[in-house]
Write a protein that binds this ligand. Structure first.
Ligand code: ADP
Length: 491
């Protein structure tokens, strides 16, 4: 059975007070008893002295001065006179221990003979019973013992008083026990409730609930509850931190696995993409060796080998650029670029290619400035415009516009080409990804353009997004940080 702390404290207090009352009572009763003994001893010794003085005085007036004779003849009367004088019942013994006063007064008192023998040897002795006391003292004359005076003393008044006091202590003890128990129960209850609440708080923390209210108390228990509250908040924060770390670790592991996967895929793609043109070159070289006289074959072979070599060169160049961007900070020379002028210059360089495919151009350019590495800026736009030409339909259109959107300069390139299927839209920025390998190949694509553009944009602090695509065309947007925003000190 679990006894509550309130009961334990209350019992402890009650028992403590009861023990105090008990010890106090014991000491008081003991001193009462000693005092009573002292009082009646003094009183009886005084009575004995009076009796002896009276005996001496009586003997002086007696004709026959032999004490034994006096006691034998007048012992009864003398005893009666002594009773009147002392107010106590008196029995007289002669030197031999025989009763010389009234025989009737002498009842059989258990143990009196021993006390008498003691008194006959010249010493005072008394025999105490339940409520009675027999005081025996030598009867002397001229320092000679002639008998013994036995004075009866009733102890009932003293005993009664003693019992009363004892009873009072017993009642007081019981009342104090009950009262102190109740008082303790309510007084300690106040503290015990606090301790019980603290225990509940600790239980809640153990169960994983960390938001606890503190107790509204100003004492140590209140402060302790605040301490528990602070500790539980700390535990919560630590656990949260650990969970977040775990989550981050999980994400990092997933990312690493993805990177690993992508790297494997990249190597696979590189191998494949490089193998194809090399196989083609090798095949045409073999054919040229086999048929050195076939002019038509040699012309076709030279053209194909030239195209494939160009493609290989382009791919090697872009792969090197990509890996340089991944691993090193490329040589970045930021400068203020006037966007409108720069776009016009790039479009001018592509006019020949556009007209070759019958593509018309529409622009809507406004004055804007970005701070970027000029080569990177050109490379980005050329790649996007080149795609807009390559994947356009015959006699298609290309729209180029730019505008300032608060902190950014946006350049939009829209074409009326074949579009990108939805399932490929997310993957076109991956290296070597191409929707249609043949089309990419025949149009001289390296499948690395958009991944390079994306990397460059990230390096320049901007972004690229495919904002729209359907079978009637595609729109890409690149967003550069506005020149004054990013470099306010160089305005
Ligand atoms: P590529 O050198 O093959 O053009 P890119 O990385 O530049 O490689 O582009 C990846 C793929 O995205 C292309 O192969 C093509 O399928 C698709 N793509 C890119 N731009 C366009 C566009 N403007 N219209 C349609 N498809 C496009």
């Amino acid at each position: 059975m679990k006894i509550s702390i309130k009961i334990k404290f209350s019992i402890f207090l009650a028992v403590l007070l009861l023990a105090t009352i008990f010890i106090l009572g014991f000491l008081i009763l003991r001193s009462i008893r000693l005092n009573q003994v002292d009082q009646y001893e003094t009183y009886l010794s005084r009575q004995a002295a009076t009796a002896n003085a009276y005996f001496k005085q009586t003997m002086l007036s007696e004709a026959n001065k032999v004490p034994q004779f006096f006691l034998n003849t007048q012992g009864v009367d003398f005893a009666r006179q002594l009773e009147l004088l002392t107010g106590q019942s008196v029995i007289l013994y002669d030197r031999k221990g025989n009763v010389v006063s009234s025989e009737s007064a002498q009842q059989a008192i258990k143990g009196i003979s021993q006390t008498l023998a003691y008194a006959l040897s010249g010493k005072t002795a008394y025999l105490a019973g339940q409520d009675d006391l027999y005081y025996l003292t030598p009867l002397t004359i001229e320092n000679e013992q002639v008998g013994v005076i036995q004075i009866y003393y009733s102890l009932s008044a003293e005993k009664q008083f003693y019992r009363e006091i004892k009873r009072t202590f017993a009642i007081a003890g019981s009342c104090i026990f009950v009262f102190s128990f109740l008082l303790g129960y309510f007084y300690f209850g106040f503290f015990a409730n606090g301790i019980i609440k603290l225990e509940l708080m600790v239980d809640r923390v153990r169960e994983g609930h960390y938001d606890l209210p503190s107790l509204r108390r100003r004492d140590e228990i209140g402060r302790l509850s605040k301490g528990i509250q602070a500790m539980s908040h700390k535990i919560k924060a630590t656990l949260q931190g650990m969970e977040e770390e775990q989550e981050k670790l999980k994400l990092a592991v997933n990312k690493l696995m993805l990177l690993d996967e992508q790297q494997k895929q990249f190597i696979g793609n590189v191998t494949h993409e490089f193998k194809t043109p090399l196989t083609s070159i090798k095949a045409y070289l073999d054919l040229m060796e086999m048929y050195p006289g076939d002019k038509e074959l040699i012309d076709t072979s030279i053209l194909t080998i030239k195209n494939e070599t160009n493609r290989l060169y382009e791919m090697v160049y872009k792969v090197l650029q990509l890996s340089a961007l991944e691993k090193y900070d490329f040589e970045y020379q930021p400068q203020k670029i006037e966007v409108k002028q720069q776009i016009q210059a790039i479009l001018q360089s592509l006019r020949g290619k556009m007209s070759k495919f019958g593509i018309t151009l529409e622009t809507q350019l406004t004055e804007a400035y970005v701070k970027a590495d000029k080569d990177s800026f050109i490379l980005i736009l050329i790649n996007l415009l080149d795609n807009a030409i390559k994947y356009n339909k015959s006699n298609g259109k290309i729209y180029v516009r730019n505008y300032v959107d608060y902190h950014h300069v946006i350049i939009e390139i829209k074409d009326t080409g074949i579009g990108i299927p939805k399932e490929s839209a997310d993957r076109i920025f991956e290296p070597f990804y191409t929707v249609d390998k043949n089309r990419s190949r025949t149009s001289g694509g390296s499948s690395l353009g958009l991944s390079l553009v994306k990397k460059y944009m990230e390096k320049l602090g901007g972004s690229i997004s495919l904002v729209h695509t359907d079978p009637n065309g595609t729109t890409f947007q690149v967003s550069f940080p506005n020149y004054p925003d990013k470099y306010p000190d160089q305005r």
